[in-house]
Design a protein around this ligand. Sequence first.
Ligand SMILES: [Zn+2]
Ligand SMILES: [Zn+2]
Length: 88
Amino acid sequence: MQCKDIPDGVFLDAVRRSPAVGGVGWRMSWDVHAALEFLVGPVPVNLFYAKARKLIARGLLGGCACGCRGDFHITADCTGGQCCCGIN
Ligand SMILES: [Zn+2]
Ligand SMILES: [Zn+2]
């Protein structure tokens, strides 16, 4: 499996399906990973973060793909503040 085998929309759908935390709609990386695997089957963690980095680079996803908790969110839902949108 490669990045291109995970459609952008499916990854973003996994973000939406994951429980929001902190009252600002951010999702933990492990919750998004679990939701993604529910949708497409097993995804290696390095591939999960590689896909997240690509979406962040293209402005479709906010958060951090360094391997931390992520704080992933749909860019359109971004509330700003301490958000790490566009930085990874
Ligand atoms: Zn990070
Ligand atoms: Zn953001």
